[in-house]
Design a protein around this ligand. Structure first.
Ligand SMILES: [Zn+2]
Ligand SMILES: [Zn+2]
Length: 328
């Protein structure tokens, strides 16, 4: 599995961002990002102006549905789906239409108040069926590891996972302009079997849950069960499984890390948001062996940032299911 550094939430002059799409891509290149998603408010027009030159970073065609009831990121949708008709009570039909047209939908900043305070940033959609929502921005904006809304966002994510939904967790910078002094951001890493990232590869990783988010080091978790290797987003059989945690503290260190980040503990978190087991952080992969009960499992990396003890990185879940697991 190859892991690519991406920013999945970007605005340009085609909505309320300050950069042209070309300049945004240049800024992303300076950060050594492998991929960016253009997600202007209610328009796809920026994508048409981006050079399709095969150079890094690749660009995923996206749009941020910006409504009074919440914001939703829609990526790689083959045909136009009319965001103007979306209401809290027809969101399920809309997300169904998006996935049936090949798109990937994700909830943007579900508990953001907006800056300045705005209506619509908060997620008010009455989703009854989450099957067509592939990801949720559980970290958003500057210093997401210490934002007050992070607890509620993780509680919502955990609750949906407990109910059996398969939802990846992402970070969205909600990139509009150059950072203010002192602002630091996280990065979403997308996994692909291929050596090079493409827009299709980004959308596929989001759909399949091959996602890790980090304030700094790339954190990966590989599970080895009786059925072989598995990665975030995969289904594994319940029973004995080894989870191998690896963190690469040096990858893109100068560009993406806050300077005072210190990893300390790998944590395997499962159903109910409970800690299943822990291991001290090490440069070599750490193994956590468990008897996996049916449910979900994700990797977390904890440590300090400045004086604060906090979550530094997390993977999207793997899902353990009982005996006839292949049918699921
Ligand atoms: Zn938004
Ligand atoms: Zn936005």
């Amino acid at each position: 599995m190859n892991w690519f550094a991406c920013e999945l939430h970007c605005h340009t002059v085609h909505s309320d961002g300050q950069f042209t799409p070309a300049l945004l891509r240049e800024k992303a290149r300076e950060l050594s990002l492998d991929g960016i998603a253009l997600t202007d408010h209610n328009t796809l027009s920026g994508f048409d102006t981006i050079a399709k030159d095969g150079q890094s970073p690749c660009v995923l065609r996206g749009i941020e549905w910006t409504t009074f009831y919440g914001h939703m990121l829609v990526m790689d949708c083959g045909e136009f789906v009319d965001w103007r008709e979306v209401r809290p009570d027809n969101i399920d039909e809309k997300t169904r239409e998006i996935t049936s047209k090949g798109g990937v939908a994700g909830a943007a900043h579900p508990f953001a108040l907006g800056s300045p305070m705005c209506t619509g940033c908060y997620w008010d959609f009455n989703v009854r069926r989450w099957d067509d929502i592939s990801f949720m921005e559980v970290w958003s904006g500057p210093s997401p590891w210490s934002q007050p809304s992070r607890g509620r966002t993780f509680a919502l994510w955990n609750d949906l996972l407990d109910r059996g939904c398969h939802i990846a967790g992402t970070f969205g910078r909600d990139w509009h302009s150059d950072p203010a002094a002192g602002e630091a951001f996280a990065c979403t890493w997308l996994g692909s079997e291929r050596a090079f990232l493409t827009g299709d590869g980004m959308a596929g990783a989001l759909k399949n849950g091959r996602v890790c988010v980090s304030a700094g080091p790339l954190l990966t978790v590989r599970a080895v069960s009786r059925e072989g290797d598995a990665w975030p987003g995969d289904v594994i059989p319940a029973g004995e499984a080894d989870f191998f945690f690896a963190a690469d503290p040096d990858r893109r260190k100068e560009l993406l890390h806050p300077r005072d980040l210190r990893p300390e503990t790998f944590r395997l978190v499962g159903t109910g948001g409970r800690t299943v087991s822990e291991a001290p952080f090490s440069a070599l992969p750490a193994r956590i062996r468990i008897e996996a009960a049916p449910g979900w499992y994700r990797g977390e990396l904890w440590g300090t940032l400045g004086n604060e003890t906090c979550l530094l990185a997390f993977t999207s879940p793997l899902y353990a299911v009982d005996n006839d697991w292949k049918e699921v």
